[in-house]
Design a protein around this ligand. Structure first.
Ligand code: T4K
Length: 369
């Protein structure tokens, strides 16, 4: 019986490094509420991403929810349904109406050619998703947003540490949120961060994430508790120092998948500009064309499953098809997202995955074993 392989497995730093930090926590008893390590971590993140303002939060979802709240938006927000539940939930939980734009077949990001036709006098923002870490067309989105006076808040949950033409992806748009969940390329156990160029937006997120408290006697906004704690912050400090070495390990696995699977008839890979984009290699989605491959996505998913390979159908179903949204009457014609969600499989990819395991998974997909 071979070892079970899951879609991901959290990367952990050398235990001694984490324990060194723990010793200090045991001395100070400072566990949370914007402690020393949280502050140190924010400083390192800011430098790493080369952004003006950054704040760590309890998770990526709260970072997105609070960024949207801090921007004081109203009306309609253009977004894609080919994403994790969080993106649409953050919009709806802010009292905003999602308007669903279709995705590009080539990389599953928002189809920029379809954005303008969805803009109405109620539109206030665009929330594009760098899904699987594939960068959206940042320049075109900025052009459209400027022309129509819209805010752009990226769901960059999957894109931490990525660069486009040498520029960190965190600098795109008015703001971005990143997820540092255990399943991501870079984790703080649970956690995330919000980044923005706008001081006022960051000030508001800062207040919102600690109950809207201004000082001991003044509460100005209806906030919540979305603070990162010190145990998460030290995990971040440890993992950040290994980010690049871990990224390089995943690159070898990602390149191996792509080299072998690009030869398989009926298996399509996402396309991106390899000269311009530095990915973080967290996800390896493949699109299964039933007719050409001779088997549909669900059959391949099962074939992998019985061999102990637990791939995932990220992102199926698309969010506009969720029980909680399907009768909501939200606008959006998304045939490409609908189709791809029925054809996609996300293969195991994580730092400690062995090359031999990737080779084995490729052999199963090639149906050679
Ligand atoms: N926007 C987008 C586009 C997102 O994808 C996400 C999160 C967010 C926003 C919100 O960010 P956060 O608020 O989560 O920071 C996982 C993650 O929980 C979620 O963070 C992520 N996206 C989503 C794509 O994947 P599940 O429910 O699929 O995870 P789960 O528990 O099934 O884990 C997957 C596999 O990972 C397991 O089969 C085994 C392995 N695993 C998982 C955990 C948690 C481990 O080996 N150890 C672990 O501790 O959602």
């Amino acid at each position: 019986m071979s070892q079970e392989i899951y879609v991901t497995r959290p990367v952990l730093p050398p235990l001694e490094e984490y324990v060194e930090y723990l010793k200090e926590i045991w001395q100070t008893h400072n566990l949370t509420n914007l402690g020393k390590f949280t502050k140190d971590f924010v400083i390192e993140l800011k430098e790493f991403m080369d952004v003006d303002y950054c704040l760590t939060l309890s998770n990526g979802h709260m970072a997105l929810e609070m960024l949207l709240q801090a921007m004081d938006l109203s009306g309609e927000v253009i977004t894609t349904p080919f994403t994790f539940a969080s993106t649409t939930h953050a919009i709806v939980r802010n009292g905003l109406t999602p308007v669903f734009c279709d995705i590009r077949e080539s990389d599953c990001t928002i189809d920029v050619d379809k954005i303008e036709s969805l803009i109405t006098d109620k539109t206030t923002a665009i929330v594009p998703v760098h899904v699987y870490g594939m960068p959206c067309d940042i320049d075109r989105i900025e052009e459209i947003a400027k022309k129509h006076n819209l805010k752009v808040i990226y769901d960059a949950a999957h894109a931490f540490g990525e660069k486009v033409n040498g520029v960190n992806i965190a600098k795109a748009g008015d703001a971005s949120m990143f997820s540092f969940h255990a399943t991501k390329a870079f984790n703080t156990i649970e956690g995330g961060c919000a980044v923005t160029k706008d001081f006022e937006v960051m000030r508001r997120v800062y207040q919102l994430h600690n109950f809207g408290i201004m000082d001991e006697e003044n509460v100005e906004f209806v906030g919540a508790n979305a603070k990162m704690n010190e145990f998460e912050a030290i995990m971040g400090l440890c993992n950040l120092s290994h980010f690049e070495e871990n990224r390089q390990k995943r690159k070898i696995l990602f390149d191996t998948y792509r080299k072998r699977l690009s030869q398989v008839k009926g298996i399509k890979l996402l396309q991106y500009d390899e000269d311009a984009v530095e990915l973080n290699y967290t996800y390896c989605p493949i699109i299964v064309d039933e007719e050409e491959y001779g088997m549909d996505r669900n059959a391949l998913y099962q074939l992998l499953g019985i061999q102990g390979i637990h791939a995932r159908k990220y992102f199926y179903p698309i969010t506009n098809e969720f029980a909680c949204f399907k009768d909501a009457g939200y606008k959006g014609d998304v045939p490409v997202a609908h189709r791809i969600s029925r054809q996609v499989i996300t293969l195991p990819l994580y730092t400690d995955l062995e090359l031999s395991q990737v080779e084995r998974i490729c052999s199963i997909i090639e149906r050679k074993n």
